[in-house]
Design a protein around this ligand. Sequence first.
Ligand code: FAD
Length: 406
Amino acid sequence: MGAGHAGLAASHFLDERSIDHVVLERGEVANSWRRERWDSFRLLTPNWQSRLPGHHYDGPDPDGYMTMGEVIAFIERFATLSRAPVRTGTTVTSVRRADGGYHVTTDRGDYRCRTVVIASGACNLPSVPGFAGAVPDSVEQLTPFGYRGPDQLPDGGVLVVGASATGVQLAAELRRSGRPVTLSVGEHVRMPRTYRGRDVLWWMDASGVWDEPFDRIDDLTRARRLPSPQLVGTPERTTLDLNALASMGVEIVGRWAAVRDGRALFSGGLRNVFSLADLKMRRLLDTFDEWARTHGRDAEIGPPEDFAASRVPERARLQLDLRSGEIRTIVWATGFRPDYGWLDVPVIDAKGLLRHEGGVVDSPGLYALGLPVLRRRRSTFIHGVEADAREVIDHLARHLAVRGGA
Ligand SMILES: Cc1cc2nc3c(=O)[nH]c(=O)nc-3n(C[C@H](O)[C@H](O)[C@H](O)COP(=O)(O)OP(=O)(O)OC[C@H]3O[C@@H](n4cnc5c(N)ncnc54)[C@H](O)[C@@H]3O)c2cc1C
């Protein structure tokens, strides 16, 4: 279910084992990239990292970052090469257990199948806090799904909420458009774009940090909820952390906690939030240094680098009057969540997430791919799906064999 890169990778391995299957997709191949990203979007993972089973980037700029059009073309090409049996324009409206398998209802007919692979994405809906409903009507509200570019916003101040990859990227773009931008910052993951001359994601890959398996991670629930790193993919390979944003004139405020009488109330304690992010970044960079040293790579890589501490604003505002006209638009970059409204199998936990063990869902014959830290830290990324899909489809094949042949 789903013709993003995860569903297509599942199809690749099913085909390899001659397991009869179909890929149901409500829109087109790579639908999320076509419909749910903004115009200037680029991947934050470098081109050389865009690799899927039997298909990888082979263009002239391995260290660059794909534009949205390039990502769509890359995934479309994968679908064509792997001859995935995709039925586009087919929305799954229900999946329920039936006769030892599943009954799948779509808006274009029903299917009976022995197994289902849920590859419908981890980011189907933007997560917006409940107090958004208390924001005065005079302020326009947008999520990254509705945001295309600065031109669509009214002139005047913008409050961007959330300082992970999406929030920092949109704050920078809106600031460059000449608007006053305020950025509300909670817990975040700080990363330099490059470290010791290499892309920070090269380090994540080479040092094995990204390969850490889910069953060896101490606090898996936390790892699965970790926000995306503050990274942007630009031809200049710039670092886009809070210091860079402050230098551009973005005003930093604390985590948005509530709305009272038309005022946004922000948490204090930015100093703690900043020092925690700095500390975690340093720990990660130390892990890289240790790996380089123990693997004899120090000579070929630049020397260890230090980064300035995140600059804590002198007097961060604790509230902002949303009725004053200072803020004309709020952009909620507060994360995304999956939508399982169509799933009529009791496998959803109290947080609305799928109960699974490394992609093996808590219902025989039901599988998942493309969720955060599904089987390893890199699971939701494009280059993370190959190993996950191979292992999940291995399990699926064993399930079919036990139940009497595929
Ligand atoms: C803002 C953002 C930036 C990202 N940047 C990067 C990056 O730089 N590098 C990287 O490697 N990864 C990045 N990712 C992560 C990841 O690559 C994407 O989330 C990716 O789209 C996940 O692939 P997927 O196949 O699991 O899900 P999706 O691409 O979301 O595919 C799921 C498919 O299922 C379909 N579907 C959903 N519900 C139904 C239904 N009921 N019936 C039929 N079809 C259905 C959807 O239409 C969609 O086509 C980013 C994610 C986001 C949100």
